[in-house]
Design a protein around this ligand. Structure first.
Ligand code: ZN
Ligand code: ZN
Ligand code: ZN
Ligand code: ZN
Ligand code: ZN
Ligand code: ZN
Ligand code: ZN
Length: 1746
């Protein structure tokens, strides 16, 4: 230990190391005043260890502290060497069964939806995986930090409280055992002593506020060293802090970022170290700079000794936390020490002291002691209770502190409430013993002080500070929720008493809300300022669950319910006394009924949406039904008359109606929003729903006629219906159209309300239903609108306090699940039989939903060939208490209303009526008939049907009107031409009416005849149905056929030009056949792609159309250039070595591609063709537009014009250059003379001579050495002075240069320079690389090589290959010749080119392409009669042989016992011979292999990709069609390939045929130093076949990733948890994204970790998974990016971006493959472009900082 330290801290006070822990502990054991001894020790040593300079040195400090400070304490505690003491303690310990693992930020947590007592009960991953719950329905979330695993807490789980690890051993006696019995008495005493001293020391120093002295300690160091300490606040931004620091303490930006990051993380950081003056100065600058807009940053100048002791104080707390981990006994002692009351009485224990100064401590200190509390007090069953009491007693104070503090709640001690209040036994105890409910509510009320004169909350004009406070105070509601979340199973009198006391307080709270934010209708002028409404609704929303839970509690105990009911009623009466203004009552008369009511107009007086007291009463009223105490409550209600009960809810509903009628237009948006939330799923349970219930309750106790009259009056419609012919006045007096419209809407709304009052009986207690019926009905109506995804349904349904909707238990009964495809999500579809439960006037439909549902349902019925009537469904009966509600339907006033409206419809001459009015009346009629029918059907002997609706509507109206009966009017309307839409419904009503009549008559007659009739009818109907079905089937097939044709057409639309071109081609084909007689073109003949035997193909005229000017043009060498839009990008998709970077692109030589393919240049195209000049014009216009736009708006676009980027004008595909279209280039230079072609050896010799000549000539050029000329013997026919004429038109030449330069610029990331000799190399390279990528994609998908590429890729490869072959014509001839010479020299060595890569380090396909495409530069000067094709063939054979050697050298053939045939084939023998020769050449360094079978198998597999690439290459180069056998997958592909490529099937024959030259070449290859080093195992080499790169493997279960990410810490800020861990899907690196800590500089700009990573891993392109967000991120360059759906789906086929829902997520392999394919196809950039074009907000994101 000491040696280590010496090395670490040479500059340290040596005396520190001489301090012996053992001796000191011995001294302490002797002393009488331990505290004094320890304090002296600390006072002396702590300042010597901590805070010795401007920057903390945590490692050094920790080491010294352990040695000098903590060591002695551990010795003292153990009474021996702690190295032995602690393990002993641990062994003797009987650990508790609580897991208690404290969660890190981002760690996954699991809650079981079946067994958790509430959703706050969670398990850590380890416990979860070992528990029974992993088989249950569970929810997964990521922890925000804090909180701990509840495994082992029997109160938290209904079932399976223990995981396997924490399972109780049955032999053990459970709990209750005092853990101290496992410790010796001595140990207990010592632990007590040392804990008491150290804990007190830590608490004292941390809560110390003086700047120049220490608590109970001497200031040993009096030196003038101070720190300027900067504290965290939540007011100032990172940027502000960084900026200020740079100014105040003169640091670099980097240092400032470091300071700011630490301040944000730890809560404070010293930013300056020095004398007092020096620090004060910095402080004043910081304060001055930050005090302008807001309160200044907190800065404090502190003496270094104080900071030192505080640092050690924190260390001590952490130490205590780890020490008690050894033994539950020690933990108990610490708890005891902590909670022991001090000398100052109440609140003087150490725990109290810490809690009460919580808001004064900095973040880091809070974190440390919160963690200690969690691992001590909350883990000890006995002390948890005592601590809970302390917490509850301090509750008010803690909350007040929290209100004043500005830190987030997770950093406040107040946040511990979730750990305490959610424990059912503790919550219950705190309610009864500490009156916690009342405390919480009172505290809450105390903090909401803004009230109006009536004592109601008032949020109007509240300041930002108040708003901030209001947000914080809401957490108290959460506490209340926690306390109530587990309901009592039994009630004690104490609990009843205290609950009701809390209920009183709660009513006080609701009373302050009843009638808050009242509004008055604005007439004339629009309101000037939108009134504040959100606060009131936030309050309502937050309280919604609490109100429901209060009701649930009441419902559990009859006594409580009655008392609560009384209290609620009393409070309501108090509220009302403030409302009713002593207006004179008025009397209403209609149809012989009369009722008295107050005069009140919603449109003229104050009205409020907030009526929580009434609604609470409504809730309790129907609860009381279950206790059958209705009679008692009825008597209670008498004190408040039913009309009074319904008054306020009715006003509220009328307000909604009037808003819909447009009467409140001038009150602005705030009102519209309020009405929206009133109905919204988040609030409606305790708002709208309860208002309906209240109406139902009140009305059930009233005469329906009276109610309807009052209602008419409140709707301000009384006049219209009570005065005969009032309606006519509207039309005749030519009233204001607005008013007519208004009244119409009001009538519609009123009818809707009646429908709801009578029809809404799906709440248990109101109708005879159970809870599942209610939820089923909600789902049915949601799915009636359209099929929905699981999450959509969840959103549309109300959640209870456990975040459950109850949906899963019933969904199967009403819906079928349809799985998702590659995109989209799984959907639930309504089962057909459920549509009969559809109610068009379902009360939770919004207007839009209603009309969508109507449309959908009518359409469905039409499809099923049913009539389109949507009659009301049959309803469950009401509970007895509400049964009288149905009488509304047959009441006189109702009949009068219906009659009047029907009358309007019949007369139909411009009266003010509307179709929806009629539709509602028809619906009401339908409801009444359904009701009567059900009554009749359920008729038992003794009952008399009192519901006689049919009779009533058959009667004509009374005098004096003498209006016709309702029935008669319906019959008239049935034939009205203007009511076509409603005919089906009227017909249904009449039919039902007749059925009922029959039912009434037939109750005595036999029902048999009727059934028979029914059967008859049915069978004919069946026939009918069958016929219709058949017709429908035919229609469907026809439709499908048309659809298929359409989609086919669509698919071809984009390629229209191509189609056109092909058509022309075919025509030309037929006419041109026979022109080239010497070419053996027959489809049966063997097709050969290259060489002298190359199959001659007819030259096609190629005519294409420009997408810009629509003009057609032929592609010819001498015409204007046509171009393809193209996108060039650097690529590492094929890379086998991602760590490799190009050091200096200016000097980099790309001539040889390394076989690791670490960076290639890929070219892609959308296949759209333009004139070169049309494109140029287009691009110039885009450029000009962009420049104007950038000046004006300074916004990014999805493409970077300055980099030459543009969008294809047709398909908007991202492009950055164009490829010229060319005729096959080889034809121009190929002389077709086949006689006397040289063999390989001869050819090589000739070419070498030519090369030598060229070298000499060039030497001559610089040296003008004429002597050398004599040496020069020009090979026969070689004319090096010949300059070939460029055959291309100027415009084509220009495009050749354009594309070449673009490839060079992008590929090397350099400035464009068309003269650079590397330009042609880059062009060839891009051609080779692009072919390689496409070959890989085809291979990975198991597709045949030819005939399966999309047109755009086919076109792109053709153009790219032809371009690459033609490019030499625009570059310097000597440069290209030089390239060829160097390339050839790598295989055929000469004395000029030394230092070339060995054959192990050359990608042979790149070499082949480069050689073949540079060869014409030499060949064009050769007039000896050797064909270009001969050269191609020899080059190909040569490279192929080199590749074979390469494969054999690097092959890792293992001679495993695979079954092999006994008889060795010719190939196997030959390859074995070759291998033996290789062994010879390498001096037997090669592994001995005796199996030709294995060698041949390996060789074949290894060379396949090369052969396939070569086939593609020569196909596109020479245009020889591929044999049809190669367009299908088959076993003989190897033979077909060889034949197409002019190779012998037995590849090794090549060597035998050319043994004269090959043996020498092989020897020279093998003698290379690098090859030797490789064979000696001193270096690595790529072996073949190279496997395709894939994205990394992802785990099936998403939580594995979350766990992995939570263990990941930021690599730069020392063990800190990363906030946005992001996984590179290409290489699997985890990154710390979107954070200052990991920003780096890239090309002079600060970029985030992801962007930086893309430059090394993906040459600018990246695919990431943002683990916390569950989102895929695509990045390209610094400015482009988009988000993409992750490949993880839940069981309902949905992704969960942002991990909000928490359903278990599993990998969807198909979707992941799709992402992988995007990557392999180089389509990421394109995908980003499309996403950004579709969603402009993506353009604005600072992608580079991710
Ligand atoms: Zn656990
Ligand atoms: Zn466990
Ligand atoms: Zn479970
Ligand atoms: Zn054009
Ligand atoms: Zn395009
Ligand atoms: Zn990577
Ligand atoms: Zn970081």
């Amino acid at each position: 230990m000491a040696a280590e330290l010496e090395a670490e801290v040479p500059a340290f006070d040596r005396s520190l190391l001489e301090c012996s822990a053992e001796e000191l502990a011995a001294k302490w054991l002797q002393t009488n005043d331990l505290q004094k001894e320890v304090y002296q020790h600390l006072a002396y040593y702590v300042p010597k260890i901590y805070c010795r300079g401007p920057n903390p040195a945590p490692q050094r400090e920790d080491l010294l502290a352990q040695q000098v400070l903590l060591g002695p304490m551990e010795w003292y505690l153990c009474g021996e060497d702690p190295a032995f003491g602690f393990p002993k303690l641990e062994q003797a310990n009987k650990p508790s069964h609580l897991c208690g693992r404290v969660f890190k930020v981002g760690e996954p947590t699991y809650s079981c939806r079946d067994c958790a007592v509430d959703p706050t009960c969670v398990l850590c991953m380890e416990c979860f995986l070992g528990s029974i719950h992993k088989e249950h329905r569970y929810r997964m979330t990521t922890s925000g930090g804090g909180g701990f695993c509840d495994c082992g807490d029997t109160e938290a789980w209904k079932e399976g409280p223990y995981c396997k690890k924490h399972e109780i051993n049955t032999s053990e006696t459970e709990e209750e055992e005092d853990p101290l019995v496992h410790l010796s008495e001595d140990m207990v005493a010592r632990a007590y002593n040392i804990f008491a001293i150290t804990f007190k020391y830590a608490v004292d120093i941390l809560t110390w506020e003086k700047e120049n002295e220490l608590p109970g300690l001497e200031m040993t160091e009096k030196s003038d060293t101070y720190y300027c300490m900067l504290f965290n606040d939540e007011v100032h931004t990172y940027e502000q802090v960084i900026y200020t620091l740079q100014k105040a303490v003169n640091c670099t930006q980097k240092e400032a970022i470091g300071f700011a990051t630490t301040v944000d993380r730890d809560g404070r950081r010293s930013v300056r170290y020095g004398d007092f003056q020096y620090c004060e100065q910095a402080k004043s600058v910081i304060v001055r700079n930050t005090s302008r807009q807001t309160k200044p940053l907190k800065v404090q100048v502190m003496h270094s000794s104080i900071v030192a002791h505080q640092s050690f104080g924190l260390k001590l707390l952490t130490w205590l936390g780890s020490i008690i981990g050894y033994s539950d006994g020690l933990r108990r002692i610490l708890c005891q020490v902590g909670l022991q009351e001090g000398p100052d009485g109440e609140n003087s224990s150490l725990v109290d002291k810490l809690m009460l100064s919580d808001s004064k401590l900095w973040k880091g200190a809070r974190n440390v002691y919160h963690q200690l509390f969690m691992s001590s007090l909350l883990m000890d069953l006995k002390y948890k209770k005592l601590f809970a009491i302390r917490f509850a007693r301090n509750y008010e104070r803690l909350q007040s502190d929290f209100m004043k503090d500005d830190h987030d709640r997770e950093f406040s001690i107040a946040d511990l409430s979730i750990q305490i209040f959610t424990v059912p036994s503790l919550a219950r105890m705190l309610i009864t013993e500490e009156n916690l409910m009342t405390t919480i509510i009172k505290t809450f009320m105390d903090h909401l002080r803004h009230r109006d004169i009536q004592g109601r909350f008032q949020f109007e004009r509240y300041t930002a500070l108040q708003a901030f406070k209001f947000r914080r105070v809401q957490s108290l509601i959460l506490d209340l929720k926690y306390v109530l979340i587990s309901k009592p199973t039994e009630w004690s009198d104490d609990l009843r008493h205290k609950f009701l006391e809390g209920f009183d307080a709660f009513l006080e709270l609701l009373k302050c809300m009843q009638g808050m934010d009242p509004i008055t209708r604005q007439v004339g002028q629009h309101i000037e300022m939108e009134p504040e409404w959100e606060a009131a609704f936030t309050l309502q929303m937050k309280l919604t669950l609490v109100i429901s839970m209060m009701q649930d509690w009441c419902a559990l105990d009859e006594k409580v319910l009655i008392e609560a009911y009384k209290k609620c009623l009393a409070v309501l009466m108090q509220c009302h006394s403030g409302f009713t203004d002593g207006e004179q009552p008025i009397v209403l008369n209609m149809c012989g009924h009369s009722v008295e009511t107050i005069r009140y107009c919603v449109s003229q007086e104050k009205v409020s949406i907030h009526l929580p007291v009434s609604r609470l009463l409504a809730g309790m009223n129907w609860l009381s039904v279950s206790f059958k105490i209705s009679h008692r409550t009825k008597t209670l209600c008498n004190e408040l008359s039913p009309p009074m009960l319904i008054e306020h809810p009715l006003r509220c509903l009328v307000l909604c109606a009037q808003v819909h009628a447009g009467m409140w237009r001038r009150n602005g948006f705030s009102l519209v929003n309020q009405i929206y939330y009133y109905h919204n799923v988040k609030c409606r349970r305790e708002m709208f729903d309860k208002d309906i219930v209240m109406l139902q309750t009140g009305v059930s106790m009233m005469d329906p006629n009276h109610f309807l009259m009052i209602m008419l009056s409140r709707f301000e419609l009384y006049q219209i219906f009570s005065t005969p012919d009032y309606g006519k006045r509207f039309s005749t007096e030519n009233t204001n159209k607005d008013i007519v419209q208004q009244n119409n809407t009001l009538i519609e709304e009123m009818l809707y309300l009646i429908i709801m009052i009578v029809g809404e009986r799906f709440s248990p207690g109101i109708g005879q239903v159970n809870a599942t019926d209610e939820i089923k009905r909600e789902i049915i109506h949601q799915l009636s609108i359209r099929p929905m995804a699981h999450s959509e349904l969840v959103k549309a349904l109300p959640e209870d306090e456990n975040r459950e909707t109850g949906m899963e238990s019933v969904i199967e009964e009403v819906a079928c699940f349809k799985k998702p495809g590659l995109t989209g999500r799984g959907l639930y579809e309504l089962k057909p039989e459920c549509t009969r439960n559809f109610n068009l006037y379902f009360y939770h439909f919004s207007r839009a939903e209603q009309s969508k549902a109507e449309e959908a349902q009518r359409k469905l019925r039409k499809q099923n060939r049913e009539d389109t009537a949507l009659p009301p469904p049959a309803l469950p009966p009401f509970c007895p208490l509400f049964a009288s509600l149905v009488n509304i339907l047959q009441s006189d006033v109702m009949l009068c209303i219906m009659g009047t409206i029907l009358q309007w419809a019949v007369e139909h001459n411009g009266y003010a009526w509307s179709e929806s009015m009629l539709q509602r009346v028809l619906h009401l009629l339908g409801m009444a008939l359904q009701e009567e029918k059900q009554h009749l059907e359920n008729l038992s002997e003794e009952n008399v049907v009192t519901f006689t609706f049919t009779q009533k509507i058959s009667k004509p109206g009374d005098a004096p009107n003498n209006s016709p009966s309702i029935l008669a009017m319906l019959e008239t309307l049935q034939n009205a031409p203007h009511l076509e839409v409603h005919k089906d419904m009227i017909r249904w009503i009449l039919k039902t009416f007749n059925a009922i009549k029959k039912l009434r008559e037939s109750s005595s007659t036999s029902p048999v005849a009727e059934t028979e009739g029914n059967i008859m009818e049915e069978s004919s109907r069946d026939k009918d149905k069958a016929e219709r079905k058949r017709k429908a089937e035919i229609a469907r097939l026809r439709r499908e056929k048309i659809m298929a044709q359409m989609s086919e057409m669509q698919r071809h639309f984009i390629n229209e030009n191509k189609e056109l071109f092909q058509q022309t081609l075919e025509e030309l084909d037929t006419s041109a056949s026979g022109v080239h007689d010497n070419s053996p073109v027959t489809s049966d003949a063997k097709l050969t792609a290259l060489g002298p035997e190359q199959t001659r193909v007819a030259e096609h005229r190629q005519v294409v159309m420009c997408i810009l000017c629509q003009e057609e043009q032929e592609v010819k060498v001498d015409s204007r250039a046509m171009v393809l839009a193209a996108f060039i990008q650097r690529s590492t998709v094929l890379s086998k070595n991602r760590s490799k970077t190009i050091p200096d692109p200016e000097k980099y030589d790309p001539l040889f591609m390394h076989p690791d393919l670490s960076c290639g240049t890929h070219t892609g195209s959308c296949g759209h063709i333009m004139h070169a000049h049309c494109w140029q014009r287009y691009f110039d216009a885009v450029q000009a537009k962009e420049q104007r736009r950038q000046q004006r708006l300074r916004v990014h676009t999805s493409y970077d014009v300055e980099n030459g980027e543009f969008l294809c004008p047709l398909c908007e595909c991202l492009s950055n250059t164009v490829i010229p279209l060319l005729p096959p280039p080889r034809v121009l230079f190929n002389r077709l003379d086949f006689s006397g072609q040289p063999n390989l050896a001869h050819w090589i010799k000739t070419v070498c001579q030519q090369i030598k000549a060229l070298y000499l000539l060039r030497d001559e050029d610089c040296a003008s050495n004429s002597e050398k000329m004599d040496e020069l013997q020009l090979p026969e026919g070689f004319r090096p002075d010949f300059q070939p004429k460029n055959p291309y038109s100027e415009s084509i030449k220009e495009m050749l240069t354009t594309f070449g330069t673009a490839t060079y610029k992008v590929g090397l990331k350099v400035h464009p320079n068309e003269e650079d000799p590397r330009v042609p190399i880059m062009c060839w390279g891009s051609c080779a690389y692009t072919i390689q990528t496409i070959e890989r994609i085809l291979a990975d998908e198991d597709k045949p090589l030819f005939g399966h590429l999309p047109c755009r890729q086919d076109d792109c490869l053709t153009s790219l290959t032809r371009f690459a072959a033609a490019h030499w014509t625009v570059s310097s001839l000597s440069a290209v010749q030089g390239h060829f010479c160097t390339l050839l020299a790598s295989l055929v060595p000469n004395e000029k080119n030394g230092n070339l890569p060995c054959i192990l380090d050359i990608d042979m396909f790149h070499l082949l392409v480069n050689l073949v495409l540079s060869f014409p530069a030499i060949h064009c000067q050769d007039f000896s009669g050797v064909s270009l094709g001969t050269g191609d063939l020899h080059l190909f054979h040569l490279v192929t042989m080199a590749h074979i050697i390469q494969i054999l050298l690097t092959s890792s053939t293992e001679e495993n016992g695979m079954d092999q045939e006994n008889t060795s084939s010719e190939e196997e023998v030959a390859v074995l011979t070759l291998y033996k020769f290789l062994c010879q050449c390498t001096g037997s360094a090669l592994k001995e292999i005796s199996s030709g079978w294995h060698l041949w198998k390996n060789l074949k597999a290894g060379i396949m990709p090369f052969l396939r690439c070569s086939a593609l290459f020569f196909h596109y180069l020479n245009g020889v069609p591929a044999p049809s056998e190669m367009e299908v997958s088959g076993t003989n592909q190897f033979e077909h390939l060889c034949s197409y490529l002019s190779l012998p099937n037995n590849l090794t024959c090549l060597f035998q045929e050319n043994s004269d030259i090959m043996n020498t070449l092989i020897e020279s290859w093998c003698s290379n130093n690098e090859v030797k080093r490789y064979l000696e195992g001193k270096r690595h080499a790529i072996s073949y076949a190279r496997e395709s790169n894939k994205l990394i493997d992802l785990p099936d279960d998403y939580s594995c990733l979350i766990n992995q990410a939570s263990n990941f810490s930021c690599p730069k800020s020392g063990g800190d948890k990363s906030r946005a861990p992001t996984l590179c899907l290409v290489c699997g690196t985890m990154l710390c994204s979107q954070s200052y800590c990991c920003q780096t500089e890239l090309e002079g700009e600060d970029v985030g970790a992801c962007t930086a990573h893309t430059y090394t891993c993906g040459s600018g392109v990246g695919i990431f998974l943002r683990v916390r967000e569950c989102q895929v991120l695509f990045l390209a360059g610094k400015t482009k990016g988009c988000f993409y759906p992750p490949p993880y789906l839940d069981d309902y086929g949905e992704t969960d971006q942002g991990l909000r829902r928490g359903n278990p997520l599993h990998l969807c392999k198909e979707r992941f493959k799709k992402i992988q394919k995007l990557w392999q196809q180089h389509s990421i950039t394109e995908e980003i472009g499309h996403a950004q074009e579709a969603n402009q907000t993506l353009v604005g994101i600072d992608w580079q900082h991710l």
